[in-house]
Design a protein around this ligand. Structure first.
Ligand code: 5GP
Ligand code: MN
Length: 341
């Protein structure tokens, strides 16, 4: 705690009196936490008199369109010049919800590396962050980056700088990263933070409806198809996997973010301890892994077999072989991991 205070004081000296050119960056395929934490952190820094540009490598899913300020993100894939220029001129680059810079695309990585004078600061809750940051707020025991941002805002600026939209945006990150307050890391401090957000105007029901009841018919049909036709149980019904090809996704008019949360459903089956989903894209297969409890650490699994990472119960990676080969590799890896590790 003392260390947090000390580092927060250091950060306050940097950004507290304004006048800095700042970039706030988050990861590819941004989720509720990446967006909620970046929006609020960017808004608070701007409010303190800094010149802030929030950048995402690619577009956010449409079901998050309602989030206040989301249209001000510079999407690097669509507006690379603006993103590159902001990074080039930045005095401080914040990386949020982003343990490795590799989770940005190569052009953005190069832009960050080319700016050798900017301070690089990490605000994150992933395990095993690299150490190339000048200042690190890395708290793997925290449920979400949004919660880390809440703690930093309270420490540096005071909770009263958060407005209703900030409170909604942070709660979106907390809610989506904890499976609507049902996973681990649910501490008394987190619920005190939520109480703090409620006092700033948060309406939990509004955020719930906006995030969870805002799907297209195609998405709901894709979910039905996925669970009915594509879910496969192996390892004595303790492991589930789902593989969706580009062709299948096209059939359901797939939009970015549509498969978000699918990987959690198999874990509702008694006895299932690990769930995987493989989503085929043009360039690679996106791998998402989930587990329940302490028995299976999918962060270790993702690192060992899929060149990825994440947390104990939620991790991911990429595969550059075909969908069928990825599934074969998964079946072999799951067997080795569960039976021999
Ligand atoms: P999701 O399955 O929701 O995409 O990701 C779950 C968790 O795994 C997130 O915390 C995310 O940061 C992490 N993760 C997903 N993909 C990758 C990856 O390619 N590399 C690393 N290091 N972590 C990932
Ligand atoms: Mn997160």
């Amino acid at each position: 705690m003392e260390q947090f205070r000390q580092k927060a004081a250091e950060l306050k000296a940097l950004v507290g009196s304004g006048g800095k050119k700042i970039v706030v960056l988050s990861h590819t395929n941004p989720d509720g936490d990446a967006i909620g934490s970046s929006l609020t952190w960017g808004h608070v820094l701007q409010g303190a008199g800094n010149d802030v540009t929030c950048i995402l490598p690619n577009r956010y899913p449409a079901f998050l369109n309602w989030m206040e300020g989301i249209d001000r993100f510079v999407i690097a894939k669509e507006n690379l010049d603006v993103a590159q220029k902001a990074i080039e001129q930045a005095e401080i680059v914040f990386c949020l919800d982003l343990n490795t810079i590799e989770r940005l695309d190569e052009t953005l990585c190069a832009a960050i590396e080319a700016n050798t004078t900017a301070k690089r600061i990490l605000i994150d809750h992933h395990l095993n962050p690299p150490t190339y940051y000048d200042l690190m707020f890395s708290y793997p025991e925290d449920c979400s980056t949004s919660f880390v941002v809440y703690r930093l805002v309270c420490e540096i600026f005071g909770v009263e700088v958060l407005d209703k939209s900030d409170a909604e945006n942070l709660y979106t990150g907390i809610m989506t990263d904890t499976g609507n307050l049902s996973f681990s890391s649910l501490t008394p401090e987190l619920f005190r933070a939520i109480a703090g957000l409620l006092e700033r105007g948060l309406e939990i029901q509004k955020v719930n409806v906006a995030v969870y009841n805002a799907f297209t018919a195609d998405r709901v049909r894709l979910l039905g198809y996925t669970l009915n036709k594509k879910m496969t149980l192996i390892e004595n019904n303790t492991v589930s996997y789902i593989a969706l090809s580009e062709r299948e996704l096209r059939r359901f008019n797939f939009q970015l973010g549509d498969s978000e949360g699918f990987v959690n459903y198999p874990l509702t089956i008694t006895g299932v301890k690990m769930s995987a989903i493989f989503i085929e894209t043009r360039k690679f297969i996106r791998v998402s892994l989930r587990s329940r409890g302490d028995e299976v650490d999918v962060n270790v699994f993702a690192r060992k077999y899929f060149n990825g990472g994440g947390h104990k119960n939620a991790a991911g990676g990429r595969s550059y072989v075909s969908l069928a080969e990825t599934v074969d590799h998964f079946i072999r890896s799951a067997s080795e991991f569960l039976n021999h590790c």
